[in-house]
Design a protein around this ligand. Structure first.
Ligand code: G4P
Length: 193
C-alpha cells in the first residue's frame, strides 16, 4: 500500500535493527485518514470473503480494525490484556508472550462476542514473532469460529511470525512488509510478497 509505505518512510524512526517507531500515525497519535484508507485496503483484499466479525487486540489494533469494520459494516471485538471490572468470567483467554517487551499477557474475549457462527478476520498493527496473532487464533478456535485470515498493517518480514503462520496455511495480508531495518534504513519487500 503505497500511501502507508510513504508514511513509514517519511515519519517512521528506526530505533534499532529490529524496532520501528511509528507513533506519529499508528501507535500513539493516530492519522484517521490513513486509517480509513487502511480499512478500505483490508476490505478490498478480503472482498472475496464474508466477514461477520473483526478480532483484534488492544490497543493499537483497534483503530485499523474499526476502520475496516466501518467499511464493511461488521462489528469489531478487541481482546483485552487486563481483566476489566465487568469482564470477570464467561471468557475465552490465551497467553501471549511478547519477545519485544519480555512480558506475558493473559488476553481475554467475552464469550458473548465470538461464536461458532462467526467468520473472523484477525487484524493487528504489527506482525513480528506472531505471538499476538497466535493468541487471537487460539481464542477464535475456543469459540469454534472460522478464521478466514489475518490483516496486518506493518509486517516485519525479517522476523519469523509471518513465515510460521503462512506455513500453517493461514492467509495473511500485510499492507507493508519490511525486509530490513539495518543501518537505520527501512527496506520493503515487493508489493506482492
Ligand atoms: P508479536 O505479537 O508478533 O510476537 O510481536 P511482539 O511480541 O514482538 O510485539 C509486542 C508488542 O510490540 C505489540 O504491541 C507489537 O505490536 C509491538 N511491536 C513489535 N514490533 C514492533 C516494532 O518494530 N515497532 C512498533 N512500534 N511496535 C512493535 P503491544 O504491546 O500490543 O502494544 P499496543 O498494541 O498496546 O500499542
Amino acid at each position: 500500500m503505497k500511501s502507508l509505505k510513504d508514511k513509514i518512510l517519511q515519519e517512521g524512526k528506526v530505533l534499532s535493527d529490529t524496532v520501528l517507531k511509528v507513533d506519529t500515525f499508528l501507535n500513539h497519535q493516530i492519522d484517521p485518514l490513513l486509517m480509513k484508507e487502511i480499512g478500505e485496503e483490508f476490505a478490498n483484499r478480503y472482498s472475496d470473503e464474508v466477514i461477520t466479525k473483526i478480532l483484534t487486540i488492544e490497543s493499537s489494533g483497534i483503530a485499523p480494525a474499526t476502520m475496516l469494520g466501518l467499511t464493511i459494516g461488521a462489528p469489531v471485538v478487541f481482546a483485552r490484556k487486563r481483566k476489566s471490572l465487568t469482564l470477570a468470567n464467561n471468557l475465552y483467554s490465551s497467553s501471549v508472550h511478547s519477545f519485544t517487551k519480555n512480558e506475558t499477557n493473559e488476553i481475554s474475549v467475552s464469550r458473548d462476542f465470538l461464536t461458532a457462527d462467526d467468520n473472523v478476520l484477525i487484524v493487528d498493527d504489527f506482525l513480528a514473532n506472531g505471538e499476538a496473532v497466535k493468541g487471537l487464533l487460539d481464542i477464535a478456535e475456543q469459540a469454534g469460529a472460522n478464521v478466514i485470515g489475518v490483516g496486518i498493517v506493518i509486517e516485519k518480514g525479517f522476523q519469523e511470525g509471518g513465515k510460521n503462520l503462512r506455513e500453517q496455511g493461514i492467509r495473511i495480508e500485510s499492507l507493508a512488509n519490511i525486509k530490513s531495518l539495518a543501518n537505520g534504513q527501512v527496506e520493503f519487500y515487493d508489493e506482492l510478497i
